[in-house]
Design a binder for this molecule. Structure first.
Ligand code: NDP
Ligand code: PYC
Length: 333
């Protein structure tokens, strides 16, 4: 059984839970909005499913829910942000106005956030920038869970890449994907629901291929998507997020000092491009040409289509939440 709740009510409920969990007003507001968006759009591996992890990390003292990010304007097109050991999503919110001003002034800008915890999906970060006419590319590194191609030891995080571009009169074109064969969140959900993984996703503690999510989680590892190609993408994310921003690589921190901690203390980089400053043509028109040809070539489903369809349904019917999960949320108030 599921209950239906409006997006606004869900944000308000999550906001109160984050505040009770030790977050300041601005942090709770940013996290609540982000989590409600994920739940509304059917990105359930990063929706309310993540609340327990946020709260246990906060309780352990591993992450600071009241952190105040410090923004450094280091070059005309370069912002550096010290997340002050807080969450990455509110740090990006705090930097957004300056970041946009730089991208508008220069045609391109970069925002590198370190000493921060990104525990969510990336599309809620990038999509709003495409709605303002920018191309946005975001790279994040997480916690060591992925064996590099040909290797035998976990090294990379599931390191996602998010991309968003504006469309002419339509929803932005957005994709957001882990560089592992699936996100760790999908493995956690498979373990919770007791179903097997697809072959080719993970290995057990002996490095043998497995479809058992528990074997992946208990000493095993994920594989990169697409063999060496995904492995190189994960490597790039370690460089573009951690090394460039001055944060931890995915293998460089240890949360065993803080029992209950699960949020990755790493880094992220976003690049914004203002196409109106460089292109001698309308980017959105060119994107429509490409999409028309994608459809003509037989690709009906675009990345983002599933989420936008869920969003449209939720706007009419409310956000569907399983009864037991809603009861668990209300118990946190
Ligand atoms: P998926 O493989 O489910 O989806 C990746 C992308 O592919 C989405 O944009 C999706 O669009 C699109 N897509 C899916 N199926 C198709 C299809 N048939 N045709 C065209 N496009 C398709 O995601 P992942 O498992 O890789 O990642 C899940 C989430 O986990 C992401 O949001 C990611 O940001 C998050 N994550 C976060 C991390 C962090 O450190 N914060 C680490 C790793 C992952 P659609 O949305 O419409 O389904
Ligand atoms: O699902 O792989 C994942 C993940 C890592 C950090 C946040 N989500």
């Amino acid at each position: 059984m599921t209950v239906r709740i409006s997006f606004a009510e869900l944000i308000s409920l999550l906001d109160r839970i984050f505040r009770n969990g030790g977050c300041s007003g601005p942090v709770a507001a940013a996290l609540a909005h982000n989590m409600a968006e994920a739940e509304r759009d059917g990105a359930t591996s990063h929706g309310i499913f993540r609340m327990a992890g946020y709260l246990s990390s906060l309780k352990s003292g591993w992450v600071d829910g009241r952190a105040e990010p410090r923004i450094e304007d280091v070059a005309p097109g370069f912002l550096r942000v010290d997340g002050a050991n807080g969450f990455a999503v509110p740090a990006l919110v705090a930097a957004t106005e300056q970041f946009i001003a730089k991208a508008r002034a220069n045609g391109i800008a970069l925002c590198a956030i370190r000493n921060s915890h990104h525990f969510s999906a990336l599309w809620p970060d990038v999509e709003p920038f495409a709605r303002k006419g920018f191309i946005a590319i975001e790279m994040v590194n997480s916690n060591a869970a992925v064996v590099p191609f040909g290797g035998h030891k976990k090294l990379y995080g599931t390191n996602p890449l998010g991309f968003a571009a504006p469309r002419r009169g339509g929803e932005p074109l957005v994709f957001d994907q882990a560089s592992s064969a699936v996100a760790l969140g999908e493995v956690l959900i498979a373990a919770r629901e007791g179903h097997a993984l697809e072959p080719g996703i993970g290995v057990d503690r002996e490095g043998k291929p497995t479809t058992d999510p528990n074997a992946v989680l208990e000493g095993g590892a994920l594989l990169p998507f697409g063999g060496y190609k995904g492995s190189s993408m994960a490597m790039m994310m370690e460089i573009m997020a951690a090394a460039l921003a001055g944060g931890n690589f995915s293998f460089e921190y240890d949360f065993s000092t803080h029992p209950g901690a699960v949020t990755p203390r790493t880094a992220q980089t976003m690049i914004l491009i203002d196409p109106s400053r460089g292109a001698s043509y309308e980017l959105a028109d060119r994107i429509e040409v490409l999409i028309a040809e994608m459809h003509a070539a037989g690709q009906d489903r675009l990345p983002g289509d599933r989420r936008y369809a869920n969003r449209r349904a939720a706007e009419v019917e409310g956000v569907p939440i399983p009864d037991a999960e809603m009861a668990a949320l209300r118990a946190l108030l």
